[in-house]
Design a protein. Structure first.
Lengths: 297, 562, 239
C-alpha cells in the first residue's frame, strides 16, 4: 500500500525534523503563496503514500471544515476596508473573506501533513526519536503498544465468557449495555493489573534498573541521512532568514498587502517549495533509478 | 565443578506456618540439564526463585546457596542479571516491548551494552534461534510458540551461565511444546549451558535430563538420574506424584520385573517385547459408547468470520448423546474452538443448523440457553472472575439464578464438596494456582445447573495429579447425566476419559469413534501407551489398559510356571 | 530514608509541581504572546501546551521509577485507551478521564498526570496524531494531577466531591478542546467565537460530565481496591 518507501526509509530523526519544520511553517506563515505551496506539497506527498483515489476521499472529508472556516470568518469578522456586500447592515469584507480562505487552507494543509506524518512515523520510529531523550516514557509507550492488542483480544474473550454466564448483552436498552460493558472493563482492569506483575518480574530478571542503561535502536544513521538532514536544515535556515527579512509575512487587515514577486522573494518561495516537496523529489528519483535498473536487467 | 550448590535450604512465606521449602541440599554440575518436578504447590517455583535474586519473594530463608563456590548474595546485580537467566510460564506476560527486535535488545540495554555490540549479539541470537524471518515483526503477530522462543532468545542474548525455566511449555500446544523442549536440548548440548527446568510435561523432558529432582511438600524426595528416579518409585508406587511420570515408567513400576527401567517409548516397547512373549490376553476390554438420547446436533455447519474471509468450518455434522463425554481433537486452526463457539451460540454459522435438545439454538432466549442448559468453561478461567473473593463469585450466580437461601447454601456446599475448594472461599481468585482457578471457575459454572458443559482445553497447564482429579470430576458429572464436550490437545486425557472422540482437520471431522477404535486405528496421532504397546497388545490405549494386561499376563506366567 | 524525611520530600515535590502549573506555564504563555507579537495563537498554544508537559516528564525520568510503577502507569493508560473501544457505541461516553483521575487519586498526582498525558499520546498513535495531541495531553494530565491532589487531602473519598470533580473535569475538557477549536479556525482567539464554540459543543460537554460522573461513581471504589491490592501485594511505589 505504501509507495513512499524511499523517503520512509530515512532515519526517524530526519523524518521527524522534516515534519516538525513543515508543520511549524504551515502554522506560522499566513502568506498566500506559502500556504498554497504547503497545501500542494502535502497533497502531493499524501497521493504518493495512499494513491490519488484515497487522497480525493481524504480531501472530501476535510471539505466541511474548509467551508466552515472560510465562510464563518467573514460572517464573524468585519475587519477590513473593502466591503463586498452587506448582511443585516454588517459588511462582508474582501479582506476577511480572503483571510478565511487562507485559514481554511492552513487547517486543511495541517491535516494533510499530519495524515502523512501518521502514515510515515510509525510507532517504532516515534519511540526511536524519544528513546534517547525520554527513555522511560518511550518504554512505557512501547509497553502500552504491546498491551493494546492483548487487551483487545482479552475484551473479546471476557465478553464471550460473560455472555455464556448470561451476564453480558449486546442488545437491550442503553442502561443494560452500559452495565454490561462496565462489567467487562472491570474484569479487564483486574486482569491487566494482576498480569502486569509477571512483566515486572521479567523486567527485573533481565536487569532493568541497573545503572547506565543504553538505548538501542534498529535504525542506523547513515551517510545519506546526513546528506538529507543537511539539505533540510539548510532550507529551514533560508526560510527563517526569509521570515526575518519579512519576505514571508503578509497582512490581510486592514487591507491585503501586495504579493512580492521580486527575484529575491521568488528565491525564498522556491526554497520553501523545495523543502516541502523534498519527499516527493526523493520518490521520483528512486522511481527513475529503478526504471533504469530494470532496463539494464 | 558444581556451578550451583544448595545447602540445607529452607524457606517460608510471611505469616505461614508450614515451610514452602524444607531443608533441601543439592549440587548442580556445570552443563547439567536438571529437571524439577512435583505436584502443584510442592515448592518447585519457590525453590527456583531462590536462585534468581531479582525475583526472590519476601520471606524467611535458612541455609545457603552457592553460585560458583561463593554465596549467591555476593553476586553483583549486573552479574546476576546477565549470568542467571529466568524464563517464566506465561509467554505473553513476560514480553515487555512491542517489537521482536526491541525485546531481544531489552536485556542488553539494561546491562548498558553499546549499540554496535547489541546489534551484533542480537543478530547472532536471531539466527541461532531462527528468528530472522520475523525479526522486524510486531509481537502481536507471533504464535504462542514463537513468543516463548523469543523469551528464551532474549535471555540467551545476555549470555547466561545458568538458565532457569518455570513451566515454559505449560501454555503451549503439544507441537510448539516439543519444539521448545528440543531447542532447550540443543542449547544444552551445543553450548553446554546449565539448565534448570521445572516442568509438568515429563514424557519429553525425562529422557533428556541429566538429573531429576522430585519435590513433595517442600521436601526433596529424590535427586538422581532419570532412570534411577524411575526405578526407585517401584517401592512407593502409590505415591500420587507418579501420575505425572512418563508412561513407560508408570507401566514398569506396576510390574515387578526387576530389570532396567525404560524411559522412552522405544525403550518401553523393547521392555514389553522382552517380558511379554506369551499370546494370552492381548486384547484390552472395549469400552462401549452409550447411545442414549441426542442432546445436541450440528447439521452441516459452515462458518467464516467475514464475507471475504476463508471458511473455518466446512459442513460439520455431529451428534452428542446425553451423559457422554465427547472429545474434539485436532491441530491448531482446525476449527475445534470455533465449533465450541458455535455450540455455545457465540458464533453463528452462515449455513446449517444447531439443535439443542431438538430445538434450534436461535429459538432459545438468552437466559434459557445459558441457565439450566449450556455452560462453557473457557480456556482462561480468569475471564470468568469478577469479584475479589471466591465466595462472592458464587453469590453472584446464586442471585442471577434466583435460588432461595437454603437452596443456594445447599448447592454451593455440595459443589464445593465435590470439587474440594472449601478452603479457598475467602481468597482472591487471582491468588489461586492455575488448577485451583479452574476448579473455582468450574464451580461457578456448575451453579448455573447446566445439562451440557463445554470445556476448552481443560488440562492446559495442569500437572498429572490435577488432571486425574479433573478426570474424576468429569466422571462424577457423567453420573448425574451431564453431557461433556471438550476440545483438547491432550491425547492421553481424552483417551482415558472420553466416550467418543472426533478428529478435526481442515474445518471438518475426519474420524469419529469410541476412544479404543479411534486411537488404535491411528498410527501417529495416538497415546504414548498405545504407541509403546501396539506390537504386543491390541486395543490398549491408556497406561491403565497396558498395566492391566501386563499384570494379567504376569499372573498367567506365574500360574504356568507353577 | 526515614519516614519523616520521605513525607517532607513528598511535600516539597508537591510544591514544585504546583508552582510549575501556577507560575511557569502562564509565564511561557506571556512570553510566547510577546515574542510572536499578538498573533499565531494556534502555534503558541501548540508549543506552550507541549512545553507545559515537560516538567512532569523530566521529573519522572530523573526519578528512575521502578518496573512496577512503570507498568502501573502503562497499564492504566492503555486501559483508558482500550476503554474507548469498549464504549465505542456511545460517542463522547468514554472512561478516559475517570481512569486517569482514579489513577491520580490512588497512585499520586504525578502518576495521574502521566497516565492522562500518555493516554492522549497512545490513543493518538492509534487514531492519528494531530495539532490537538498536546491539548489532550495537558488537559487529561492536569485532570489526573488535580485528582491526585484532591485525594492527598482525602477529598476523593467524598461522593459529592467525586460528582463535582466529574462535572468539573467534563467542563474543563470541553472548554480546553473549544479553545483549541477556536484557535485553529483563524489562529486568533475571540470571545465571540469561543462562546459560539461552547454552545455548539454543549451536548458533548453534557455527555462528558455525565460519563465522568457515572464512571467515577461506579469505578472509583473497584479500581481503587484493585490498585491498592496490587500496591500491597507487590510493595509497589516503595523504595
Amino acid at each position: 500500500m505504501m509507495k513512499a518507501s524511499a523517503f520512509e526509509s530515512y532515519h526517524p530523526i530526519v523524518l521527524f525534523i522534516f515534519f516538525a519544520s513543515t508543520i511549524f511553517f504551515t502554522m506560522f506563515l499566513t502568506h498566500p503563496i506559502y500556504l498554497a505551496i504547503s497545501l500542494a506539497a502535502s497533497a502531493l506527498l499524501l497521493s504518493t503514500l495512499i494513491g490519488l483515489k484515497e487522497l480525493l476521499k481524504t480531501t472530501l472529508y476535510t471539505m466541511p471544515i474548509f467551508l466552515l472556516i472560510s465562510i464563518s470568518n467573514p460572517v464573524f469578522s468585519h475587519r477590513g476596508v473593502t466591503p463586498l456586500f452587506y448582511i443585516n447592515y454588517n459588511p462582508i469584507t474582501l479582506e476577511s473573506t480572503l483571510y478565511g480562505l487562507a485559514m481554511a487552507t492552513m487547517i486543511v494543509s495541517i491535516m494533510l501533513w499530519f495524515r502523512c506524518y501518521n502514515l510515515i512515523m510509525t510507532s517504532d520510529k516515534f519511540i526511536c526519536i524519544f528513546g534517547n531523550t525520554i527513555p522511560i516514557l518511550a518504554l512505557i509507550i512501547s509497553i502500552s503498544l504491546r498491551l493494546i492488542p492483548r487487551l483487545k483480544d482479552q475484551i473479546k474473550r471476557i465478553s464471550n465468557s460473560q455472555r455464556t454466564l448470561g451476564m453480558y448483552t449486546d442488545t437491550g436498552n442503553i442502561l443494560e449495555k452500559v452495565k454490561s460493558r462496565i462489567r467487562i472493563l472491570s474484569i479487564l482492569i483486574t486482569w491487566a493489573l494482576e498480569n502486569s506483575i509477571d512483566t515486572a518480574d521479567s523486567m527485573k530478571a533481565r536487569g532493568y534498573g541497573l545503572k547506565n542503561r543504553t538505548t538501542f535502536s534498529i535504525f542506523k544513521f547513515d551517510k545519506r541521512d546526513i546528506v538529507l538532514l543537511s539539505i533540510i536544515l539548510l532550507l529551514i535556515l533560508i526560510n527563517i532568514i526569509g521570515e526575518i527579512q519579512k519576505y514571508s509575512s503578509y497582512h490581510y487587515y486592514p487591507y491585503i498587502s501586495n504579493i512580492d514577486l521580486s527575484l529575491k522573494a521568488t528565491f525564498y518561495y522556491i526554497s520553501y517549495l523545495l523543502l516541502t516537496i523534498l519527499p516527493t523529489i526523493i520518490e521520483i528519483k528512486e522511481d527513475l533509478k529503478w526504471q533504469s535498473l530494470k532496463s539494464k536487467i | 565443578m558444581a556451578i550451583i550448590k544448595i545447602e540445607n535450604l529452607s524457606f517460608s512465606y510471611p505469616e505461614q506456618k508450614s515451610k514452602a521449602i524444607d531443608n533441601i541440599s543439592i549440587s548442580i554440575e556445570k552443563g547439567d540439564f536438571i529437571l524439577i518436578c512435583g505436584k502443584t504447590g510442592c515448592g518447585k517455583s519457590t525453590l527456583i526463585k531462590q536462585l534468581k535474586p531479582e525475583i526472590t519473594p519476601y520471606g524467611e530463608k535458612e541455609g545457603n546457596i552457592y553460585y560458583k563456590n561463593s554465596p549467591l548474595e555476593t553476586l553483583t546485580n549486573k552479574e546476576s542479571a546477565a549470568e542467571i537467566g529466568y524464563v517464566l510460564q506465561n509467554p505473553d506476560n513476560q514480553i515487555v516491548t512491542d517489537k521482536v527486535w526491541h525485546e531481544l535488545a531489552f536485556g542488553l540495554e539494561n546491562l548498558g551494552v553499546p549499540t554496535p555490540t547489541i546489534r551484533r549479539r542480537v543478530a547472532e541470537m536471531a539466527s541461532f534461534f531462527g528468528i530472522e524471518k520475523w525479526f522486524r515483526e510486531d509481537i502481536k503477530n507471533l504464535s504462542g510458540g514463537q513468543k516463548q522462543i523469543l523469551n528464551l532468545a532474549s535471555i540467551m542474548v545476555m549470555n547466561p551461565k545458568v538458565l532457569i525455566l518455570d513451566e515454559p511449555t505449560a501454555q503451549l500446544d503439544p507441537i510448539a511444546a516439543t519444539d521448545f523442549i528440543n531447542t532447550l536440548y540443543k542449547i544444552n548440548q551445543q553450548l553446554s549451558l546449565t539448565i534448570i527446568l521445572v516442568e509438568h510435561r515429563l514424557e519429553e523432558t525425562f529422557p533428556i535430563a541429566d538429573k531429576v529432582l522430585v519435590l513433595d511438600k517442600g521436601k526433596k524426595l529424590i535427586y538422581d538420574t532419570p532412570r534411577k528416579v524411575g526405578q526407585s518409585f517401584g517401592n512407593s508406587k502409590n505415591h500420587s506424584i507418579i501420575h505425572g511420570f512418563p508412561t513407560p515408567i508408570r507401566i514398569y513400576n506396576e510390574c515387578n520385573t526387576n530389570d532396567k527401567c525404560p524411559i522412552t517409548i522405544r525403550e518401553g516397547s523393547a521392555w514389553l517385547s522382552k517380558n511379554f512373549k506369551s499370546n494370552a490376553n492381548k486384547v484390552a476390554p472395549y469400552r462401549k459408547p452409550p447411545h442414549s438420547k441426542v442432546v445436541l446436533e450440528l447439521k452441516d455447519i459452515w462458518f467464516r468470520y467475514g464475507r471475504e474471509l476463508p471458511d473455518i468450518l466446512r459442513g460439520v455434522s455431529l451428534k452428542v448423546y446425553k451423559g457422554e463425554i465427547f472429545s474434539i481433537l485436532g491441530g491448531n486452526g482446525s476449527g475445534k474452538t470455533t465449533t465450541l463457539n458455535i455450540i455455545s451460540g457465540i458464533n453463528l454459522p452462515y449455513r446449517g443448523k444447531v439443535l439443542i435438545h431438538g430445538k434450534n439454538i436461535s429459538d432459545y432466549k438468552k437466559k434459557e440457553l445459558y441457565h439450566n442448559n449450556i455452560a462453557v468453561l473457557p480456556q482462561n478461567p480468569q475471564t470468568l472472575f469478577v469479584k475479589n473473593q471466591v465466595e462472592k463469585e458464587f453469590e453472584e450466580i446464586v442471585n442471577v439464578m434466583k435460588y432461595n437461601k437454603d437452596e443456594a447454601i445447599e448447592k454451593i456446599h455440595s459443589i464445593a464438596e465435590v470439587l474440594n475448594i472449601k478452603h479457598l472461599f475467602k481468597m482472591h481468585p487471582y491468588d489461586l494456582s492455575g488448577g485451583e482457578q479452574q476448579k473455582v471457575a468450574l464451580a461457578k459454572i456448575l451453579l448455573l445447573n447446566p445439562k451440557i458443559i463445554l470445556f476448552d482445553e481443560p488440562t492446559k497447564g495442569l500437572d498429572g495429579y490435577s488432571k486425574k482429579i479433573l478426570g474424576s470430576i468429569l466422571m462424577d458429572l457423567k453420573k448425574t447425566d451431564v453431557t461433556t464436550i471438550m476440545v483438547s490437545h491432550d491425547i492421553e486425557f481424552c483417551a482415558k476419559y472420553s466416550d467418543r472422540c472426533a478428529l478435526f482437520f481442515d474445518g471438518n471431522i475426519v474420524s469419529e469413534d469410541g476412544p479404543v477404535a479411534f486411537f488404535s486405528n491411528n498410527n501417529f496421532y495416538t497415546t504414548a501407551a498405545n504407541r509403546m504397546s501396539r506390537h504386543i497388545f491390541k486395543n490398549a490405549i491408556t497406561s491403565e489398559d497396558v498395566i492391566n494386561l501386563c499384570q494379567q499376563n504376569l499372573k498367567n506366567d506365574i500360574i504356568k510356571e507353577a | 530514608m526515614s519516614a519523616k524525611f520521605k513525607k517532607r520530600y513528598n511535600k516539597r515535590s508537591l510544591i514544585i509541581s504546583a508552582s510549575v502549573i501556577l507560575l511557569i506555564i502562564p509565564a511561557i504563555i506571556a512570553i510566547g504572546v510577546k515574542l510572536f507579537n499578538d498573533r499565531k495563537y494556534n502555534l503558541i498554544s501548540f508549543i506552550v501546551t507541549f512545553l507545559a508537559c515537560i516538567p512532569f516528564f523530566a521529573k519522572f525520568e530523573q526519578r528512575k521509577p521502578r518496573p512496577r510503577e512503570i507498568l502501573c502507569i502503562s497499564v492504566m493508560s492503555t486501559l483508558s485507551v482500550v476503554g474507548r473501544l469498549i464504549f465505542v457505541m456511545l460517542p463522547g461516553f468514554k472512561p478516559v478521564t475517570a481512569i486517569t483521575a482514579i489513577t491520580g487519586a490512588f497512585l499520586g498526582p504525578e502518576s495521574g498526570f502521566l497516565t492522562g498525558a500518555l493516554s492522549a499520546i497512545i490513543s493518538n498513535i492509534y487514531y492519528g496524531q494531530g495539532p490537538w495531541t498536546p491539548f489532550q495531553m495537558l488537559t487529561w494530565g492536569l485532570l489526573g494531577f488535580i485528582a491526585g491532589i484532591l485525594s492527598k487531602f482525602n477529598l476523593m473519598e467524598n461522593k459529592i466531591v467525586i460528582i463535582l470533580y466529574g462535572i468539573f473535569s467534563g467542563i474543563v475538557f470541553s472548554l480546553m478542546m473549544d479553545i483549541w477549536f477556536v484557535l485553529s479556525i483563524d489562529g486568533l482567539f475571540t470571545w465571540e467565537q469561543y462562546y459560539m464554540a461552547i454552545i455548539a459543543a454543549l451536548p458533548f460537554t453534557i455527555i462528558y460530565c455525565i460519563s465522568n460522573v457515572v464512571f467515577l461513581l461506579l469505578l472509583y471504589r473497584p479500581i481503587g481496591e484493585k490498585l491498592e491490592r496490587v500496591k500491597l501485594k507487590y510493595g509497589l511505589m516503595q523504595n
